[in-house]
Ligand binder design. Structure first.
Ligand SMILES: Cc1cc2nc3c(=O)[nH]c(=O)nc-3n(C[C@H](O)[C@H](O)[C@H](O)COP(=O)(O)OP(=O)(O)OC[C@H]3O[C@@H](n4cnc5c(N)ncnc54)[C@H](O)[C@@H]3O)c2cc1C
Ligand SMILES: NC(=O)c1ccc[n+]([C@@H]2O[C@H](COP(=O)([O-])OP(=O)(O)OC[C@H]3O[C@@H](n4cnc5c(N)ncnc54)[C@H](OP(=O)(O)O)[C@@H]3O)[C@@H](O)[C@H]2O)c1
Length: 479
């Protein structure tokens, strides 16, 4: 008689792909709350863990980044292994994971930007916030980028929290930036910035902005920047007044904060952040690089479902600028061998069970969580509930005998011939034999210690290593 899956002699072996918040919350739920014996291997394409907590959250928000301490505790639980510097789809196939593990959870986030779809978007000087954020946070894939901060005006398109992060980063003084873990290349470039005005463009009105109130209020504390709001932009038309009656507490608080900004006379600071509403980008123009942005003014018009949409008015305006930062949301990218919903840019799923794109039925043993499951919205904590939902379904499937290892071979999806069944340890040995340098958790701790040591010398929490070879050298103890 075979020992039941999930017992001490036959632990449930789960591969999680992606070491961001969603991956770590899934690992924690599996290892802490399940009454089954579970082993988790967490695969990550970068040599470092934490996903957007390291490469997204703004450097001047260290308290938010400290959530990594929660993940560190998970990494030290029995049954947990970190396999950094292994990219699924490049170093290991999705089918290989499916054959070596009882279940695979994809927590791969949303790596790219949503396009604006306007002419001139590709001109040098038109930059996706995804890329700019990764650059100032020291993501190794973006460390070699450079941006032109020599012009007086930058325009940020979008009205979410990322747009405010980007605007703030352009406005912070060198002194405010210096005590953070901002990448050294970004600190050097921003130190000599000549940007004086940062215009943030929202296509809808102040009540429809996606940013949250503490993030908006924080702008008032900037050492070097006044916050400018035109009171006329806050006047509500008929549709706006209806929206106010139904507005969320956040939207009301935002309107109140914006009214305070509008009443506050500028203090003559070096820089200004100008928050504008009901304005959409139409075209980016320039001779070989961005020189101006054509915008239109909008009115709010309810759609068939009653949602207020931005409708263009005839009024046009040209903003002279050499730097346009497009912050209109992130988007997932397809992963070879894993279903992908081209419309939503996510992995198609039902509450976390990945669906076969043709039959729309769950693929046994394959799950998703976090931004690759829900799309690119929600704060760090949102991924905890999301991971609990996914892991709950995985454990339900285990309990009901629905995982591939529990079902008769003839009912399972046939494996491609080139993916022989292996144990996780055999798969990891095969990866090493292929020349993949795997960074284990001790390797990350060596990187972490080095970064903190470098930071301590200059009063920073850490100095990030941004070169992959250097990261790997520290991880495998060659330095
Ligand atoms: C700029 C920005 C700032 C933010 N600031 C805040 C904030 O201040 N407070 C807050 O609460 N929330 C913030 N958020 C939201 C928060 O970061 C997200 O909710 C959260 O990171 C999503 O978690 P995730 O694990 O789904 O994705 P991610 O954090 O993106 O993690 C996905 C991981 O998967 C890895 N991966 C991708 N593909 C592969 C592959 N093929 N193989 C192996 N690994 C792979 C990636 O390298 C990454 O490490 C911010 C988001 C952004 C974009
Ligand atoms: N400090 C924090 O807590 C923090 C920091 C950063 C990020 N986050 C979270 O991370 C998630 C992602 O943030 P995000 O800012 O990338 O996304 P977001 O909150 O979805 O905001 C996207 C913004 O882009 C606008 N937009 C979309 N398409 C547009 C277009 N074609 N033209 C003009 N504007 C357009 C949207 O306007 P419409 O509303 O009109 O569509 C919206 O204002 C959010 O949940 C956010 O709260 C949190």
């Amino acid at each position: 008689m075979t020992t039941p899956l999930g017992s001490t002699d036959n632990p449930l072996q789960v591969a999680i792909v992606g070491a961001g918040p969603a991956g770590f919350y899934a690992a924690s739920t599996l290892l802490r709350t399940s009454d089954r014996a579970v082993a988790v291997d967490l695969y990550e394409r970068l040599p470092t863990p934490w996903g957007l907590v390291r490469f997204g959250v703004a450097p001047d928000h260290p308290k938010i980044k400290s959530v990594s301490r929660v993940f560190e505790r998970t990494a030290h639980l029995t049954g947990f292994r970190f396999l950094g510097n292994v990219e699924v789809g490049r170093d290991v196939e999705a089918a290989e994971l499916a054959s070596a593990y009882d279940a695979v959870i994809y927590a791969v986030g949303a790596a790219t930007d949503r396009g604006l779809g306007i002419p001139g978007e590709e001109l040098p000087g038109s930059v996706a916030a995804t890329e700019f954020v990764a650059w100032y946070n020291g993501h190794p894939d973006y460390a070699d980028r450079s941006y032109d901060f020599s012009q007086p005006r930058a325009v940020v398109i979008g009205n979410g929290n990322v747009a405010l992060d980007v605007a703030r980063m352009l406005a912070l003084s060198p002194a405010e930036l210096a005590g953070t873990d901002v990448a050294t290349h970004a600190l050097d470039a921003l130190r000599s910035s000549r940007i004086r005005e940062i215009v943030v463009l929202g296509r809808r009105g102040p009540l429809q902005a996606a940013f949250t109130n503490p993030e908006l209020r924080e702008l008032a504390d900037l050492e070097l920047a006044d916050v400018i709001v035109d009171p006329a932009d806050l006047e509500l038309d008929e549709a706006g007044a209806v929206a106010l009656a139904d507005a969320s507490a956040t939207a009301r608080a935002n309107l109140e904060t914006l009214r305070q900004f509008a009443q506050q006379p500028p203090r003559g600071k070096l820089r200004r952040i100008v928050l504008r509403f009901l304005s959409s980008p139409l075209q980016i123009t320039g001779n070989g690089k961005v020189e101006s942005l054509l915008i239109c003014h909008n009115a709010l018009v309810p759609d068939a479902g009653g949602v207020l949409r931005a409708e263009p008015l005839p009024q046009r305006e040209r903003l002279e600028t050499g730097l346009v930062l497009r912050s209109v949301g992130y988007a997932g990218v397809p992963l070879a061998g894993v279903p992908f919903d081209e419309r939503r840019h996510t992995i198609p799923n039902e509450q976390g069970r990945v669906l076969d794109p043709v039959t729309r039925t769950p693929l046994p043993g394959i799950y998703t969580t976090g931004w690759s499951k829900r799309g690119p919205s929600g704060v760090i904590g949102t991924n905890k509930r999301c991971a609990q939902e996914t892991v709950g379904l995985l454990l339900d499937d285990l309990g009901a005998g629905r995982l591939p290892a529990q079902t008769p071979a003839q009912t399972q999806t046939p494996r491609p011939a080139q993916t022989p069944a292996r144990t996780p340890d055999e798969l990891i040995a095969a990866l090493r034999a292929r020349g993949v340098t795997i960074v284990d958790y001790g390797g990350w701790e060596a990187i972490d210690a080095r970064e903190r040591e470098l930071g301590a010398a200059g009063g920073q929490p850490r100095v990030k290593l941004v070169d992959r070879d250097e990261l790997l050298a520290w991880a495998i103890g060659k330095r």
